[in-house]
Design a protein around this ligand. Structure first.
Ligand code: GDP
Length: 359
């Protein structure tokens, strides 16, 4: 997906959408003021419709009635990864959205390099955050960490390919994986159900950790509970994408025109596109929290365990209230770090002793 396509599709307009105006309800007031930063990565074999879906998802639907005046198109292009960032303001809420399109793998016999490049990108963002967080200018850190990864699975197989399984295993401790079945319009309703079941079984059998939607609080309203239940049930989301506006049932819809009719991307009877989008919007904050509390902390501890010097964290998250809970979290982390250091020392001593022992 090129930066050019971002601009082109952003000017398409469709009325009626679930916009990110919903965000203020779920985000901390301070983050609303400061702006919201979110990074989505799309991964999967080439030709599965990743770029098309992302364009349908954000740059047309999320911001349909707006030109994007202050869009900054930035390109990070190392071994084929491309990050496009747009800054959007809607009703006083700022969203800085980055979409990372990855090189489609699957074409080459050896995919190690594209795996490596994707994992390296995720790690680089953690590393950058770690460095910034311990630097002097902590107030203005840009959060470029990858908060969510849509993993595209082919609709043509009987489940996941060994390549998918292997790659998901390499990713699952680093990023929130949301599995999606690509090009769902090529499958019948029955086939979709069968494939979904199969994929979930394979995910479980291989111990792959995908992003789990959090359980609702008991005092949550019934509509919301029902929405979350339906979202959970729909995983892996079977989606289709299109950037073409067509006439269907007297309305303009985004769809795919076939000789026998139109597949409407935003019709819940046709695919899970709307569900995927709702999931992302309503759980943006949770996806960020899991990134911070689970994946980023994994990265920090791993780095510590490897013995590399980890910059000392002197304060809580940038621009967040120095609340009790944050202090408590920092204290627990410091304890964890101290414990890891003790273990490292012990290991070093044991290794030294073993070396001294006669063969
Ligand atoms: P990427 O390589 O994964 O980014 O795939 P693209 O978005 O470039 O799409 C590859 C081809 O698949 C294009 O010809 C698209 O028109 C087509 N395509 C994209 N989305 C869908 C879909 O949902 N269903 C079908 N049948 N074709 C799609």
């Amino acid at each position: 997906m090129s930066s050019e396509s971002v601009k082109t599709f952003a000017s398409l307009e469709t009325p009626g959408y679930v916009g990110f105006a919903n965000l203020p309800n779920q985000v901390h007031r301070k983050s609303v003021k400061k702006g919201f930063e979110f990074t989505l990565m799309v991964v999967g074999e080439s030709g599965l419709g990743k770029s098309t879906l992302v364009n349908s998802l954000f740059l047309t639907d999320l911001y349909p009635n707006r030109k994007i005046p202050d869009a900054i198109d930035k390109t990070y292009k190392t071994v084929g990864l491309e990050a496009s960032t747009v800054e959007i303001e809607e009703r006083g809420v700022k969203l800085r959205l980055t979409v990372v399109d990855t090189p489609g793998f699957g074409d080459a016999i050896n995919n190690t390099d594209s795996f490596k490049a994707i994992i390296q990108y995720i790690d680089d963002q953690f590393e950058r955050f770690l460095r910034d967080e311990s630097g002097l200018n902590r107030r203005n850190i840009l959060d470029n960490r990858v908060h969510c990864c849509f993993y595209f699975i082919s609709p043509f197989g009987h489940g996941m390919k060994p390549l998918d399984i292997e790659f998901m295993k390499q990713l699952h401790n680093k990023v929130n994986i949301v599995p999606v079945i690509a090009k769902a319009d090529v499958l019948t309703k029955k086939e979709i159900q069968k494939l979904k079941k199969r994929i979930m079984e394979e995910i479980e059998a291989n111990g792959i950790k995908i992003y789990g939607l959090p359980d609702c609080d008991s005092d949550e309203d019934e509509d919301y509970k029902e929405q979350v239940r339906q979202l959970k049930e729909a995983v892996p989301f079977a989606v289709c994408g299109s950037n073409t506006l067509l006439e269907a049932r007297g309305k303009k819809v985004r769809g795919r025109l076939y000789p026998w009719g139109v597949v409407e991307v935003e019709n819940p009877e046709h695919c899970d596109f709307i569900k995927l989008r709702s999931m992302l919007i309503t759980h943006m904050q949770d996806l960020q929290e899991v990134t911070q509390e689970v994946h980023y902390e994994n990265y920090r501890s791993e780095r510590l365990a490897k013995g590399a010097p980890v910059p000392k964290r002197t304060t809580s998250l940038p621009d967040q209230d120095k609340s009790q809970t944050q202090h408590e979290k920092d204290r627990i982390l410091q304890e964890k770090e101290a414990e890891l250091r003790r273990m490292q020392d012990m290991l070093a001593k044991m290794q030294a002793q073993m070396q001294q022992q006669p063969q």
